[in-house]
Design a binder for this molecule. Structure first.
Ligand code: AP5
Length: 215
């Protein structure tokens, strides 16, 4: 089963992907996590990714498509995965469809997580992440038991450089301009289901799992 999680920055894609991949035993592939790793590399690709990432702009399609398709070619994705943050442009969606089609596979379901813009900005400004295991926290909605420390693995918590107010606002604009058209694309393929992302994390997960089990 190949599942795409769509949603604006801060909608809860990463949070839900972690919950749902565990519940359903799906591999979680997050383009943002892959880019955060590449961004740290002291080479041309690392510098290129950093130059887009740090402004809240999308990394060019050719680089992104190549990175994700090589990830999908690994054996753990052979039977499917949960895609979080990819595709994000029509060109990426078409490249994904084409790559899967060549293997007689397809995107099975697309979940669009809906959250209002005011709430998205509140979530991004309060977000903390674990450096070691990537678990997401929020200073108000999901605080760790001990400030600055991950409950799950004891790793150090940090704030993303692209979660500053100005960059977060730009990411929302980029989403509306470049990614929102995918809603029409996947609606046309009759694969898209909206889920209310403003409910509590557990309630959103239940809704996502219900959609996936209902296919
Ligand atoms: P990426 O890492 O994918 O960032 P994003 O899409 O902007 O999404 P976020 O990770 O910010 O939000 P999320 O929806 O995962 O929310 P989360 O679960 O963390 O991409 C970063 C950058 O990489 C891009 O800007 C671009 O440069 C590059 N990139 C990535 N993919 C690309 C692509 N395909 N093409 C080109 N470039 C690409 O939750 C947010 C906060 O809210 C957390 O604190 C969480 O605890 C809290 N929260 C979550 N759910 C709830 C809830 N139900 N109630 C209350 N709080 C909640």
């Amino acid at each position: 089963m190949y599942i795409v999680l769509l949603g604006a920055p801060g909608a809860g894609k990463g949070t839900q992907a972690m919950e749902v991949s565990q519940k359903l035993g799906l591999v979680h592939v997050a383009s943002g996590d892959l880019f955060r790793e590449v961004r740290e590399s002291d080479n041309d690709l690392g510098r290129l990714v950093k130059s887009y990432y740090d402004k809240g702009e999308l990394v060019p399609d050719d680089v992104t498509i190549q990175m994700i398709l090589s990830r999908l070619a690994k054996p753990d994705c052979e039977k499917g995965c949960l895609l979080d943050g990819f595709p994000r442009t029509l060109q990426q969606a078409e490249a994904l469809d084409e790559a899967l089609r060549k293997q007689n596979k397809r995107v099975d379901r697309v979940i669009s997580i809906q959250v209002s813009e005011a709430e998205l900005l509140r979530r991004l400004s309060g977000r903390w992440l674990c450096r070691k295991c990537g678990a997401p926290y929020h200073s108000v909605y999901a605080p760790p038991k001990k400030a600055g420390t991950c409950d799950a693995c004891g790793g150090e918590l940090y704030q993303r450089p692209d979660d500053t107010e100005a960059t977060a606002k730009n990411r929302l604009e980029v989403y509306n301009r470049q990614t929102a058209p995918l809603i029409t694309y996947y609606t046309g393929q009759r694969k898209l289901t909206d889920v209310d992302g403003e409910k509590a994390v557990e309630a959103v997960s239940r809704a996502v799992v219900a959609v996936l089990k209902d296919r």
